[in-house]
Design a binder for this molecule. Structure first.
Ligand SMILES: NC(=O)c1ccc[n+]([C@@H]2O[C@H](COP(=O)([O-])OP(=O)(O)OC[C@H]3O[C@@H](n4cnc5c(N)ncnc54)[C@H](O)[C@@H]3O)[C@@H](O)[C@H]2O)c1
Length: 392
């Protein structure tokens, strides 16, 4: 199957950009070497759904070095880096299905292409592969799967699609929750905001919707740069946590009119909708850092508008009769669409969890239960030790 990417002439630029990342990911480097020595994936077909960017690119090199018969890589929505996609597509034994501007329909089409042949292992993000397999019921099953993120776990539960094969939920690892979600996402989302808008953060009133692991980190980092932070969470316990962490809290309809920037990070859909248009301050900036841009009802908000204009790369002005609002990157995850995603060291840890969990599925699936389960504790301990050593 041929790759579907934006521009294969970007392969050498993509290859050149890999060096900076490879040199700074010692955990993935070590696992990639092990995969290569042991030929862990020899003869196996692996389907991956991940953000296509250099850090995941390096991790995918490990699957190929580990002897995978073929890797099918499907990009996540709105986060594909064209040069990385071109570089990966230039390698042997891989099909890359991901363009920068892919729609949800494109994404679904790629998933159908992947499900057309038996796959041994799913390495999923947002449950795209797991749900496509559930819906299409192709008559074969993988040995097991990893699911990377909170949204994926929530979607599997919501669709009652818990598979009979083992699914290791990387997001249930306390390491991922505490380090990647609470520390890494906050920094990279602020990075994405600054790179996209070129605005000063200090003095802005920033409303963070969703105060879980990611949201608490996002609010903390915005406040660290001088923003006044407001938080809404549907869960009163998380509201209380936000209050005691020093943020302003209230009901969504009370906070929206005051906000200069609204950022969603809930893992659910349609949190900010067209019903909120009358409440928005003129020139409010809307953005999202949850896995799916559907946290903001973009289509409905756009339908209700008078005009839509691209005013800067990644920024659309959506005009109504009495006001305009600005939408960043069509609500794709801001840290990936507007910047390079989570910090390299953090993704070394996160992808290290992915690699060791994949290794466990391939070499010891009989030790795992059917259905969703957290990362085995020994893997958490091992990655903690490696991460600590890499920081010293
Ligand atoms: N951009 C990234 O790099 C990145 C990284 C990790 C996770 N994520 C994504 O970020 C999202 C949040 O992940 P998390 O780990 O913080 O999850 P979490 O479960 O820790 O937090 C989600 C929070 O949102 C709240 N919430 C749910 N529905 C809500 C609603 N309608 N209104 C207000 N609050 C609501 C929940 O009560 C919870 O406090 C998920 O989509 C996850 O996949 C993104």
């Amino acid at each position: 199957m041929n790759s579907i990417i934006d521009d294969c002439s970007l392969a050498s630029a993509g290859a050149a950009r890999m060096h900076w990342f490879r040199e700074r990911m010692p955990i993935v480097a070590g696992v990639n070497r092990m995969f290569n020595e042991q030929q862990t994936f020899k003869g196996k077909t692996v389907a991956v759904c991940m953000h296509i960017e250099p850090k995941t690119g390096y991790w995918i090199e490990g699957l190929l070095a580990g002897g995978a018969a073929h890797v099918y890589l499907v990009g996540c929505l709105g986060t594909t880096k064209k040069d990385t996609a071109a570089y990966l597509a230039s390698l042997d034994n891989i099909t890359v299905l991901g363009k920068e501007g892919d729609s949800y329909d494109d994404h679904k089409r790629y998933l159908r292409l992947v499900m057309a042949q038996p796959v041994d292992l799913f390495l999923d993000n947002g449950a795209s592969l797991i749900l496509a397999h559930h819906e299409l019921n192709p008559g074969w099953s993988p040995i097991g799967a990893n699911e990377e993120t909170r949204s994926g776990k929530l979607l599997i539960e919501k669709n009652q699609a818990e598979p009979a094969y083992p699914v290791i939920v990387i997001d249930d690892s306390p390491l991922k929750q505490i380090l990647e979600n609470a520390v890494g996402v906050g920094q990279s989302v602020v990075d994405g905001f600054m790179r996209t808008t070129s605005l000063l953060v200090g003095g802005k009133k920033v409303l963070v919707v969703g105060y879980g692991y990611c949201g608490s980190g996002v609010a903390k980092k915005f406040r660290g740069l001088g923003a006044t932070t407001m938080v809404y969470d549907i869960n009163p316990v998380h509201q209380l946590k936000a209050k005691s962490d020093g943020h302003l809290v209230g009901e969504l309809h009370e906070l929206i009119p005051d906000a200069d920037v609204i950022i969603t990070v809930t893992g659910t859909f349609n949190v900010i909708t067209e019903a909120h248009i009358p409440l928005f301050k003129d020139k409010v900036i809307l953005c999202n850092s949850g896995h799916y841009g559907f946290e903001i009802s973009v289509e409905e908000i756009k339908k209700a508008s008078r005009s839509i204009e691209q005013v800067k790369e990644g920024i659309e002005r959506i005009a109504f009769d009495a006001k305009s609002i600005y939408l960043l990157h069509n609500a794709s995850p801001l840290n990936l669409a507007g910047a390079d995603g989570n910090p390299i060291e953090i993704m070394d840890l996160g992808l290290g969890l992915q690699s060791y969990s994949a290794y466990r599925i391939v070499t010891g699936a009989e030790t795992l239960q059917p259905g969703m389960q957290p990362v085995p504790q020994d893997i958490d301990s091992r990655i903690s030790g490696l991460f600590l050593a890499s920081l010293n």
